[in-house]
Ligand binder design. Structure first.
Ligand SMILES: [Zn+2]
Length: 110
């Protein structure tokens, strides 16, 4: 594994949780508050990475961290876990297989 501050696990990088096409388009600052990092690290190490390994196919983060402003813009719920780094939306090629793998892996998620 390369030594890289941005890398969280083998398959995920911090910047994937921060990047938002909407934020770029609307000129919003969606940079990560330091306080949110532990939650993202936790989510990635305990759920996303093990799930990625079990799934054995690419997973793309479509929405990770959202500032309050960004969350409002995308119509997220006012109390969205995305604002606390506790939720992530992902895109996979086969979402039925991902659902099977979520169950099969016995990982804890909601
Ligand atoms: Zn979400």
């Amino acid at each position: 594994m390369e030594k890289d501050e941005n890398r969280l696990t083998e398959h995920f990088r911090m910047e994937e949780f921060v990047y938002s096409a909407m934020a770029v388009e609307f000129g919003l600052d969606n940079s990560l508050p330091l306080g949110v990092m532990p939650a993202i690290r936790n989510l990635t190490v305990r759920l996303l990475e093990p799930l990625r390994v079990y799934h054995r196919q690419s997973m793309y983060i479509t929405s990770g961290y959202r500032s309050e402003e960004l969350n409002r813009l995308v119509g997220g719920s006012p109390n969205s876990q995305h604002m606390r780094g506790e939720a992530v939306d992902i895109y996979v090629l086969d979402r039925y297989r991902l659902l099977e793998d979520l169950v099969g892996s016995r990982l804890n998620f909601d």
